[in-house]
Design a protein around this ligand. Structure first.
Ligand code: 26V
Length: 823
């Protein structure tokens, strides 16, 4: 029997088409003959939106009536990408919309391409938050995702002379059909000022914060449609606005320009997403963003709780679970304490009890430079009451530490939320751990390392808090929507429509791994996807890619630890080999990159420039007969990922062992049949476990070997001097060959792996990487073997569905029940 999935919305092609035409006329005031692609996209988006609105309302009222526990996901980033296509997939209206647009004589794909990405995130952490929203709704969990409605998302990247140029991403310029303003839930936010003692009505002294300024948070809701549309949750994104009162006061005092200035200041808070994903050294606006969205969200949560439960604070933690996506929302710990103690009038102990039952914290990185700290003088200025509360939390925490270890000043210094120094700093990770009942890493290895390194002392005191939740990805966007060809083949082969909701069904493909007919179909789809990507690459890079070449893909933020430059060194090595022997029997390869560098990260930008420059020389060298190509696709984002991933043969996951917390691109690529070329880092370890060692290429040092070599005293010069190929590649890079007249252009890159100590051990892993890459090239020649490997990757990736991840969070951390529709 065919397995089917229930869909809660339905529309005929005819009705859907009429709805599009209705919106074209009535919402957009457009004659169809004049309509642009963007108009067609908007009208289509509005037609789908109409279909899901009823589900949105019924979900909200169901959750309200049930007064069920909800999870509130607090994240400064949501990397959603385009919303229309995915909403069509999840509502089951994809085929209807395709057919409707076809009948209107339109090309579906080019119409959908008019939508600008909602790029409110930097990379892995923001995209994980987006995948989680999809799974929460699909699994019928009551959930709200809170964040900021940035006016400018992550910058747009272009290249000039191979170098990165950033320009602003004004994604909301023309509005979005997907966000709905909710002015009635506007909240007030205080900032700055001082703390005063006041007498309460019961006669006790208490402390109050008298903020200096006030601004408003206005919520915008973005519907999140679960697969099948049984549940439609929402993201609630806050926009900062100036208060009218403030304007008027200043105005009445004659300060018109000052009033306008104040207004502009207040409205800067939600202006722009910070484009760094490792450091942000003490930007006060960043701390304001964090506090702004945290207080808006907590006030909203408390309003909702009170409207259902009144002042019955005893059950707050039975109704509310709050997940902190990294330390960015960590200010929520003292803010909830302030709201409960100062505003609601609960005692400290009771409030603290509530906090530690409500909060849970996810750590996403071990890199020391990414661990957030805020200076105490900053706090003093911006959030004086919160600083007091943090000190109180710390005093109680340290007295608890003392009750265990005695007066061990070393221990106390190491465990203190406040780091001594000039200035003193608030350690946001420690604050998060102390204020939460759960602390989790994002892959087995990462969670293990957390316990052994950065949070070791905390683990010793509270081992029961620590747990692992290996990341996952939504198969709806990353397989069903992105790779239609493969999805249709899977549906036909498994005789099931329900695999996107139950990814374990993919195991059923294993028995076809050696079936030559299935292999042929599977690889034909891969080839079509490659031909499609080749067109995009021609368009964006002007580079011709041969769809029969190995498509070797590295797509992720640019970071030294991710080692895009190790990939470059192999490219140089292959190129050199081909120049020495143009007839060498190597499998033709197309190296495809996508990566944005943080605007202030000079070395990352140098690596981009080097890859583009070397690529340009290689792509135009007739001697190598097109066997090697390099394409750096500009402005890598979620939409481009959806074109690149289905076309990949090889997935580069080559970080220094111990540095990549999990990775999620590794999961998307393997699910789409790319073979991983990876180190034993992050979730690669678990991918190896799932797919088996014959279906992945593992190279390089593991974590223990990295630590051992560091301890022994690693010297990259020794490797350089004894490895002819490495030496040649690095020297070549700084010769006249690639940059005539400017041979020192890539000095910084070379220096980073030699003179500056090679922190990420590129030289140490170089030979092992080249060997593995050469082996891969040989294996690719055996078409049947390669097809089998690719199929087994697809078949064995079900563990990495974000549905599995979210179920684990719900069961182990949130204690959350599903609330499916009853109809
Ligand atoms: C850090 C910072 C520091 C302050 C400035 C703004 C900012 C923005 C983002 C971040 C987060 C960096 C951590 C991060 O993105 N981690 C990634 O999380 C993924 C999801 O868990 C995981 O797969 C990646 O391995 C990990 O690098």
């Amino acid at each position: 029997a065919r397995k089917e999935c229930k869909f809660y919305v339905n529309a005929s092609v005819k009705d859907f088409k009429n709805s599009i035409l209705w919106h074209m006329e009535r919402s957009l005031a457009r004659a169809t003959v004049r309509a642009t692609s963007r108009d067609w996209w908007l009208a289509t988006a509005m037609a789908v939106r109409d279909e899901i609105m009823g589900r949105f309302i019924s979900t909200m009222s169901r959750q309200y009536k049930a007064n069920s526990k909800r999870v509130y996901y607090l994240s400064l980033e949501y990397l959603m990408g385009r919303l229309t296509e995915d909403t069509l997939t999840n509502s089951g209206l994809m085929d209807v919309a395709r057919e409707a647009l076809k009948e209107l004589g339109l090309d579906f794909d080019s119409i959908m391409a008019s939508e600008v990405d909602m790029g409110l995130g930097n990379g892995g952490l923001g995209r994980l938050a987006a995948c989680f929203q999809d799974s929460l709704a699909t699994l019928d969990y009551p959930a709200v995702g809170y964040g900021i409605l940035y006016e400018f998302g992550l910058f747009t990247q272009s290249f000039e002379g191979g170098r990165q140029i950033e320009s602003p991403d004004n994604w909301l310029k023309f509005g979005s059909p997907w966000d709905i303003v909710r002015p009635e839930y506007t909240v007030k936010v205080g900032i700055g000022g001082r703390v005063e003692g006041v007498m309460s009505s019961t006669g006790d002294w208490s402390v109050r914060w008298i903020p200096e300024g006030e601004l408003l948070g206005v919520p915008w809701d973005v519907p999140v449609v679960g697969y099948g549309a049984g549940t439609v949750n929402f993201l609630r994104l806050w926009e900062s606005r100036a208060t009218n009162e403030l304007d008027l006061n200043a105005f009445n005092n004659g300060g018109y320009t000052q009033a306008v200035h104040q207004k502009a200041m207040s409205e800067t808070i939600s202006k722009v997403l910070y484009p760094n994903d490792k450091t942000e050294n003490g930007k006060i606006l960043r701390l304001m963003q964090q506090y702004f969205f945290v207080t808006c969200s907590l006030q909203d949560i408390i309003r909702r709780f009170k409207s259902l439960n009144g002042e019955n604070w005893d059950i707050f933690a039975d109704k509310v679970a709050i997940q902190l996506n990294d330390t960015h929302p960590a200010i929520a710990v003292p803010e909830l304490m302030r709201l409960l103690v100062d505003v609601e009038g609960l005692g400290w102990d009771k409030s603290w009890e509530i906090c530690t039952h409500v909060f849970a914290y996810t750590n996403h990185t071990l890199l020391p430079e990414a661990l957030e700290k805020w200076s105490v003088p900053f706090f003093e200025k911006l959030l004086p009451r919160h600083l007091q509360i943090i000190y109180e939390i710390n005093a109680r925490w340290l007295s608890y530490v003392e009750s265990i270890y005695g007066r061990d000043s070393d221990k106390i210094a190491r465990l203190s939320i406040i780091e001594e120094g000039a200035p003193k700093m608030v350690r946001m990770a420690y604050l998060s751990v102390v204020g939460s009942h759960s602390v989790n890493g994002v892959a087995e290895l990462h969670s293990q390392l957390l316990k052994e390194s950065v949070l070791r002392d905390f683990y010793q005191i509270s081992p029961e808090k620590f747990n692992n939740k290996t990341n996952g990805i939504t198969p709806r966007r990353w397989l069903k929507t992105a790779n239609e060809g493969l999805s249709d083949l899977i549906t036909k082969t498994l005789k099931s429509d329900s695999w996107p909701k139950n990814l374990d069904e993919l195991k059923g493909l294993e028995k076809f791994a050696e079936d030559s007919d299935f292999q042929k179909k599977y690889m034909e789809i891969k080839r079509e996807n490659k031909a499609h990507l080749a067109k995009i690459v021609k368009d964006l890079c002007g580079v011709d890619l041969n769809p029969d070449a190995i498509f070797d893909v590295q797509i992720k933020r640019l970071h030294e630890y991710k080692r895009q430059h190790l990939n470059l060194l192999y490219i140089l090595t292959l190129y050199r080999r081909l120049l020495h022997n143009p007839d060498a029997d190597i499998s033709p390869r197309a190296f495809i990159f996508g990566a944005k560098a943080a605007p202030g990260y000079d070395l990352a930008k140098n690596i981009i420039w080097a890859i583009n420059t070397v690529g340009n020389v290689i792509n135009n060298d007739a001697r190598i007969k097109g066997k090697l190509k390099v394409a750096f696709i500009p402005n890598y984002n979620v939409s481009l990922a959806m074109d690149i991933i289905p076309a990949a043969d090889v997935s580069e996951q080559i970080s220094t062992a111990g540095k990549e917390a999990s990775g999620t691109g590794n999961m998307k690529l393997a699910l789409n049949g790319a073979i991983t070329m990876g180190t034993l880092d992050g979730a690669n370890v678990e991918i190896l476990e799932e797919v088996g060692k014959d279906n992945v290429f593992i190279f390089g040092m593991n974590v223990d070997e990295v630590q051992k070599l560091k301890a022994e005293g690693y010297n990259p010069w020794n490797v350089y001097n004894s490895n002819e190929n490495l030496k040649s590649a690095l020297d070549w890079l700084v010769s006249d060959y690639f940059m005539p007249g400017n041979p020192t252009a890539f000095e910084p890159l070379r220096k980073s792996v030699l003179d500056w100590g090679d922190q990420f051990m590129v030289c140490a892993d170089y030979q092992s990487y080249c060997d593995a890459q050469d082996r891969l090239g040989e294996v690719y020649k055996d078409k049947a073997r390669w097809a089998k490997m690719a199929i087994l990757n697809t078949a064995r990736m079900s563990k990495f569905s974000s549905d599995r991840t979210i179920s684990e969070y719900a069961d182990d951390i949130w204690n959350l029940e599903k609330l499916p529709p009853r109809e």
